[in-house]
Design a protein around this ligand. Structure first.
Ligand code: ATP
Ligand code: MG
Length: 723
């Protein structure tokens, strides 16, 4: 399609953003107003109309999925390949730069990217090495500290020792962590960004090269960039003022991970000649959905302020479902999806959005029993599965023998008779002599103090890795993976394993070979990078929240955080309960509460035509039964934009006069009771029955308690007393 004709399908504000000359520009606009569309069209415009070469395009998006969509949309518009364009996530692009310039970045050419799970293991091992008790120094907190430092651009050496012993110890750990990563050639996610920043900052020649190469730097979801990401963008554009960013302050949802909404203000200060464009028409959602979302977000104090409108008409009311427990909620949602599909709706147009990953399980179970295909984003995905990580660790060790984290993972997987004591000795030598675990093993063998059995086991392991490395040199990538999967003993290990997971694990390993076969590494001409290293980095970057997969006709399950930028015809926003959403940790902190509200705004504005919001009146959470109150966000929606819905039509709503009773029998299933009766509950006190549903053990009542409010309870378990 011709771009000029496409420009006509934009509104005038969008068009002026797309066609503006290269300059600093901020498109600040609410959800669904076409920001991403503007970004894509601007790239197309530059290539088609301004004749900018494809390799001068740099675009950063938040997820791999978004990056892939962006590529597809540009290809659709221009009918050209996007291979030579730099389109990706901050992490993906940083990785690409580091691979090209590993030496200048002071990294071994075989450096490996580790995900946060591997990072945590490494920290745990480090704490042991430093003789620090994990009870006092929780690894997760250390991990958080290290990443936060890196995201602020701070190295251990930048920090002054203080009088605070705790701070000093943290610094020592941070330094030791940096050392071990450098020694083993490991790069964590935060390090990718920091390293690239340092590389560009300190190498003027390289910086100038990239500054000249990219004619305009485009950033989607700018509100969620962190300090180091912004510093990186700034370096690339500092002499040319050619930073084009789109974002929405109301959708800033990564503050907890270091994202800085202040970057929008900084941008406005640091690029004084910038232009701001606001988009106000929403093209995604129908009127009721949009009005409710606008109303909700208006409760936040710290906003840049904007209002969205649509000419799409009011559309359907938002449906609110009060479930009596979490099972009922899942049942309700899946029933609605079943009906949607029966009416000819596509599954891929449906999303279930939740606050925390743990909520997905119940929906999955229900979907499985209803035989509805689904895909979960943000749970344990392919590259994060144990068997896959083990196979990848073998591959990493083959590529770099000094990758300690891979070494630890596979030295005894499958078990090969290397005892705990021998392993401890290896670690001690490595620590005392600053060697990699591989070198320490070689050293230990040279000492000749080991039992014949241990020595043999270690030798066999080293030989296995060395031989595989030699054998793999001339093989194609997928053959390398195949060889390693077969020879590592992993297949036999999982074949022998008991239980229903065993077969799936073997299949997954086969799938890994397939993934390697299909792996299409984007390379500029002239880049001679090792396919295995690229594949390994791809596997790490594709897991975690950054991952993306192609949509098939599956129902989509994901956290609200992962739903950013996406849109679906039918959306279920579930678990709107105090303590869950907003989360318990956020309710006492105004700033965090506002971030939760923005998250809710993001969730609601994913819906195009149909939005269901649900909450459960009792929920088993972290092994305990809880009776949460409905989320405060529900009270912030305008009452005229939603309707309460019920599962069944035959609900008894008649309220009759309560009969006087002189005795107080316990109300159990099968007993006669009716709406209007006064009852009391051991925990919630006195209340009046509003309605009754279900039969037998599933029978439940809705009661309006004087102090605890309206709740659904199971009669069989509620221990109600007539009063
Ligand atoms: P978010 O803030 O959620 O990322 P966004 O501002 O990036 O949203 P887009 O995803 O670009 O919004 O657009 C939302 C929807 O509206 C898309 O389906 C897009 O194709 C459509 N759209 C945007 N602008 C127009 C337009 N001028 N005419 C028709 N459809 C449009
Ligand atoms: Mg967008």
């Amino acid at each position: 399609m011709d771009v000029t004709s496409v420009i006509e399908s934009l509104n005038s504000a969008q068009r002026s953003a797309v066609t503006a000359p290269a300059q600093a520009m901020l498109v600040l606009a609410g959800a669904g107003s076409g920001k991403t569309r503007v970004l894509v069209h601007r790239i197309a415009w530059q290539i088609q109309v301004l004749g900018v070469p494809a390799q001068s395009i740099l675009a950063v998006t938040f997820t791999n999925k978004a990056a892939m969509e962006m590529r597809n949309r540009i290809e659709d518009l221009l009918s050209i390949s996007t291979r030579s364009m730099w389109i990706g996530t901050f992490h993906g692009l940083a990785h690409r730069l580091l691979r090209r310039h590993a030496e200048q970045a002071k990294l071994p050419a075989t450096f490996q990217v580790i995900d946060s799970d591997d990072q945590l293991r490494l920290i745990k091992r480090l704490l042991k090495n430093l003789n620090l008790d994990e009870a006092q120094w929780p690894a997760k907190q250390i991990q958080w500290y290290i990443n936060a430092q890196k995201e602020e651009g701070q190295r251990a050496k930048h920090q002054q020792p203080s009088f605070d012993l705790y701070q000093n110890q943290l610094l020592i750990i941070y330094k030791a962590y940096e050392d071990i990563c450098q020694r083993s050639g490991l790069v964590d996610f935060a390090e990718l960004l920091l390293r690239v920043h340092e590389l560009l900052r300190d190498d003027l020649e390289l910086l100038t090269f990239y500054q000249q190469r990219f004619s305009q730097v485009h950033v989607d979801e700018f509100q969620d960039t962190n300090t180091i990401q912004y510093a990186w963008l700034r370096l690339l554009t500092q002499n040319r003022d050619n930073l084009f960013v789109v974002g929405d302050d109301d959708q800033s949802i990564y503050g907890w991970r270091g994202a800085k909404i202040e970057n929008i203000h900084n941008f406005q200060k640091q690029y004084p000649n910038h232009q701001v464009i606001r988009l106000e028409q929403n093209y995604r959602s129908t009127g009721h959905i949009l009005k409710a979302a606008n109303n909700l977000i208006a409760h936040n104090q710290s906003r840049m302020g904007k209002e969205l409108w649509t000419d799409a008409g009011d559309g359907e009311l938002i449906s609110l479902y009060s479930a009596f427990n979490e099972q009922d909620e899942a049942y309700f949602v899946v029933e609605k999806i079943r009906a949607w599909v029966q009416d000819g709706g596509l599954r891929e147009d449906v999303a279930i959005l939740y606050r925390s990953n743990a909520q997905s399980r119940l929906f999955e179970e229900r979907l499985i029993s209803a035989a509805i295909p689904y895909r979960v984003y943000g749970g344990l995905r392919f590259f994060e599965r144990m068997e896959i990580k083990n196979a990848l660790a073998y591959l990493r060790l083959i590529s770099n023998h000094h990758d300690d984290s891979a070494f630890e993972r596979v030295i005894n997987t499958p078990t090969r008779g290397i005892g705990v004591k021998t392993l401890e000795d290896i670690r001690t030598i490595a620590r005392e002599q600053t060697l990699s675990l591989w070198q320490a093993t070689v050293y230990l063998l040279q000492q000749n103090n080991l039992s014949a059995r241990s020595a043999n086991a270690l030798k066999t392991f080293l030989m296995l890795i060395k031989n595989l490395a030699t054998e793999c040199t001339d093989l194609e990538l997928f053959e390398q993976v195949k060889r390693v999967v077969e020879r590592s003993g992993l297949i036999e290990l999982y074949k022998k394993e008991q239980g229903d997971k065993s077969e799936a694990r073997v299949e997954n390993l086969e799938e890994l070979v397939n993934a390697a076969r299909l792996f299409d590494f984007e390379q500029d001409a002239g880049e001679a990078l090792n396919p295995l290293d690229l594949f390994l980095a791809h596997a790490t970057l594709e897991s975690g929240e950054m991952q993306g997969e192609t949509f098939e006709d599956c129902v989509q399950l994901m956290t609200l955080h992962a739903a950013k930028g996406l849109e679906f015809k039918l959306v279920f926003l579930v678990g709107l309960e105090e303590g869950l959403f907003p989360s318990q940790q956020s309710v006492d902190d105004v700033g965090r509460l506002e971030e939760e509200r923005r998250l809710c705004y993001v969730g609601m504005t994913r819906a195009m035509q149909h939005l269901y919001i649900s909450y459960a009146e009792s929920r088993r959470l972290y092994g305990r039964d809880t009776y949460p109150r409905p989320s405060r966000f529900l009270r912030e929606l305008p009452t005229h934009s939603f309707q309460e819905v019920r599962m069944r039509a035959n609900v008894n709503r008649s309220v009759s006069t309560p009969k006087a009773k002189s005795v107080s029998p316990s109300l159990t299933s099968g007993q006669s009771y009716q709406p209007g009766q006064q009852v009391s509950h051991p925990k919630f006190g006195a209340g009046v029955i509003l309605q009754i549903e279900g039969e037998g053990t599933q029978e439940r009542v809705q009661i309006n308690f004087k102090t605890a409010g309206v709740k659904w309870l199971m009669i069989a378990y509620a221990h109600l007393q007539l009063s």
